[in-house]
Design a protein. Structure first.
Lengths: 568, 187
């Protein structure tokens, strides 16, 4: 009988890992959370208070990689297709934060749920050539208790006014916060256009919640850690886990190996390099992989495990982002308040015109995504956009690309394609000497048709809201000709929504993990992050990550939540 | 007292910064607001302990709370490696060359400033612009740093007194005061 250091070792401390730590310790398990990034989130000594490292500092967070990963020590590579050779670029490729709290620290906390149909998309809509549209091995109803728990744990502010939303077993924990002025205008115009805008559910406290204060609208939200803990980032989950006395967090610990038992059917724990690059081992009864859909696939590929399906890294999905930008003749002061306060789902739901656009393109159907009504960037980024010279001061005062700009971002559903994948770059290495992850990704016609259909509608809404001009662009670029180093939105997808690289399913031949998020090949290995998503839906993924992680760990500990019913 | 450049280099750099983001009579020029000091501190960041890469938090003190930005944060080993490569370059050091050689910012400035000419600071604006146009890669580097210096937090050395922010009506850090709901939702 092996002696364990803990019941479970959790790789990664973002929304998935933090949820796993909370759920497992709540059930009485002991856990060690191994995080490759640094800790700026909270003291690891009781009473686990804030460290005070987060601040309203654009340079630190956006130019200097404070939350990591620094692309010099953790490069990634990108190519659009195998025809591009080994890679088109090396550096920052949708690099979610590498830090205690993970991607939850930088997000501005848009926390919608998926809808019922998202979990049985293949049955509901049928296949599309060149893609691998799938059903999930669970239903919305199976997940609803965990969605409700996720909203309670993280603290979601929202209201039940979205006519297209899935059913709920209870109200939101908090009402929405203040609408941004730009959202007041754009939501009014969206309504006049026959769309159905609603106040976006966000993880920014509108009232004191769970010992954390209400958001005070400072404006440094997306891309920033919250200096006052008003954001629904993993701080609440990790602090709760630490308080049980059964959770230890080890930052600056880079997992190299998932160690297998001699029969290779189970894992005995992990080996990692600590901050001094000394090799260490943790022996555990279970391994919870929660490194995010990029790093989770990379770890499995480097170890060459859990891949009897051959699907690890494949079916990589982002959201295909359509950015419709409008310039207003007056300031919108979008740097006051949250980054996004409004949304509409109409382009997911579709209508006759959208169905016709699909048919005209030879597709049986297309689905767009949630449209975020949001504001623009901070001044350093703005300043770099205007170019050097005598015009610069006037351009900054005029501020057509910040203070007078409003942006719709459609998080378009991205259909799974086996050829879109993460694998290991043949020669680029990280500072630990390990192969960099490489993205091979090109959009399918589905995403492009949905984007082209929505863009003129969104431009017209912005003009009606008061914009003097409006135009649309996409990330990744729609046209191969726009894939070049000078593209201001980059060559690779800019989306931080990364999904699907160890998809879940009912069949070990066509999925990497089963219905309970456990590896088909390694019985005590659980994948808790967005790697398991079978479809990307058109909704921001974080709340679904938390719900799935909570479900996986409740099932693992034999403490499932009771089924729920609609509360009205 | 400069930490990396000598006084002459600093004067050339300030003059160049004032050409990529010039004073236009309303907004101040980057050079006059400390953009050269910003680069000087960045290139000499490792002569401070902790290195001046990440300013502290949580508040600047300008909107209440205790001022914490000048409590610079310690770097972890991997952060130090990344920033030494970025600033100093790989310089043939095996630990830094896991992806080949990198030319650091110190070397880029050491090559760029002399290319502007020793007499640069005393030239008229047109001649300064002409010389900058001859070295577009270096001008792009200067411009990126000018933007960071001029519109980033003053703790990094540029945007002295928040003058560049004042010209555009931006306050920077407003924690812990924040903005009221009316300042968010009304025109």
């Amino acid at each position: 009988m092996t002696t364990h250091d803990c019941d479970a070792v959790i790789i990664g401390s973002g929304p998935a890992g933090a949820t796993a730590a909370d759920t497992l310790t709540e059930a009485g398990w002991s856990v060690i959370v191994v995080e490759k990034g640094r800790n700026h989130l909270l003291s690891l000594e009781a009473p686990f208070g804030p460290l005070g490292h987060y601040s309203n500092d654009e340079l630190k967070f956006t130019d200097r990689h404070f939350l990591g990963p620094d692309p010099i020590v953790e490069p990634r590579t990108y190519r659009r297709s195998v025809d591009d050779g080994d890679r088109l670029m090396t550096g920052h490729v949708n690099s979610l934060p590498s830090t205690v709290g993970g991607g939850g620290t930088h997000a501005d906390g848009k926390l919608p749920r998926f809808r019922e149909v998202d979990f049985h998309l293949l049955d509901a809509l049928g296949p599309i050539g060149g893609t691998d549209v799938a059903n999930w091995p669970l239903s919305y109803g199976d997940l609803e208790p965990y969605y409700a728990e996720a909203e309670r744990l993280v603290g979601v502010a929202g209201e039940e006014t979205n006519p297209f939303a899935a059913w709920r077993s209870g109200p939101f924990p908090m009402p929405p916060g203040a609408d941004m002025y730009g959202a007041v205008l754009s939501m009014g115009a969206a309504e006049r256009a026959g769309l159905h805008p609603y106040r976006a559910p966000t993880g920014a406290n509108s009232a004191p919640y769970d010992g954390r204060p209400a958001c005070n609208n400072c404006g440094f939200c997306g891309a920033y850690g919250c200096p006052i803990e008003a954001k629904g980032d993993p701080v609440a989950l990790l602090r709760r886990a630490l308080r049980t006395g059964r959770c230890e967090i080890r930052p600056e610990s880079h997992v190299t190996d998932i160690v297998l038992a001699p029969d290779r059917r189970s894992t005995t724990g992990v080996r990692y390099l600590d901050a001094d690059r000394t090799a260490r081992e943790i022996r555990a009864g279970h391994v919870i992989l929660a490194a995010g859909a990029f790093e989770t696939a990379r770890i499995l590929l480097i170890n060459d495990i859990a891949n009897s399906s051959g699907l690890v890294g494949r079916n990589l999905m982002y959201h295909f982002q359509t950015m419709t930008v409008g310039g207003f003749p007056f300031p919108l002061h979008a740097h006051h308040g949250r980054c996004v306060t409004g949304a509409h789902d109409d382009h997911i739901i579709g209508d006759d015109a959208q169905a016709a656009a699909a048919r005209d393109a030879g597709l049986p159907w297309v689905r767009g995504g949630l449209v975020e009504h949001g504001g623009a960037a901070m001044p350093v980024l703005e300043a770099k956009n205007y170019g050097p010279g005598a015009h610069h001061g006037a351009s900054m005062r005029d501020s057509s690309l910040r203070d007078r700009m409003w942006v719709f971002t459609m998080q378009g559903e991205d259909l799974a394609q086996p050829s879109n994948r993460i694998d290991l770059d043949p020669s680029v290495r990280d500072a630990w000497g390990r192969p960099a992850g490489r993205v091979t990704y090109a959009p399918h016609a589905h995403e492009l048709v949905a984007s082209r259909h929505a863009a003129p509608i969104l431009e017209a809404v912005l003009r009606d809201a008061g914009a003097e001009w409006a135009f649309s662009t996409t990330s990744p670029p729609a046209e191969p000709a726009d894939v070049h180093p000078g593209n201001p939105l980059g060559m690779a997808p800019a989306s931080y929504h990364i999904m699907g690289t160890t998809r879940m399913g009912d069949d070990p031949a066509t999925s990497v993990v089963g219905p309970q998020s456990r590896s088909w090949d390694i019985e005590n290995l659980v994948v808790a992050d967005s790697s398991v998503f079978a479809t990307s839906a058109g909704y921001n993924p974080t709340l679904t990550i938390v719900a799935l992680a909570a479900r996986a760990c409740h099932l693992l500990t034999g403490t499932p939540l009771a089924p729920t019913t609609p509360h009205r | 007292m400069p930490t990396w450049f000598d006084d002459h280099q600093l004067a050339v750099l300030a003059a160049a910064m004032d050409r990529v983001i010039p004073d236009d009579g309303v907004s101040p020029g980057a050079g006059g607001c400390g953009a050269a000091d910003y680069v000087d501190v960045l290139l000499g960041a490792f002569s401070f302990d902790p290195p001046r890469i990440f300013a502290g938090g949580p508040f600047s003190g300008r909107a209440g709370g205790e001022a914490g930005f000048e409590e610079w944060l310690e770097l972890g080993p991997m952060e130090e490696l990344a920033w030494r490569i970025r600033i100093e370059g790989t310089r043939g050091i095996a630990e830094r060359e896991f992806n080949g050689a990198v030319v650091g910012l110190q070397e880029q400035y050491a090559a760029g400033l002399p290319a502007l000419g020793d007499d640069f600071a005393g030239l008229d604006a047109d001649e300064q612009d002409r010389r900058l146009a001859e070295i577009p890669m270096f001008r792009a580097l200067l411009f990126g740093h000018a933007c960071e210096a001029h519109y980033g937090d003053p703790v990094y050395g540029g945007n002295r007194g928040g003058a560049a922010w004042s010209a555009i009506g931006f306050e920077g850090d407003v924690q812990p005061r924040g903005y009221t709901d009316d300042e968010v939702q009304l025109p």
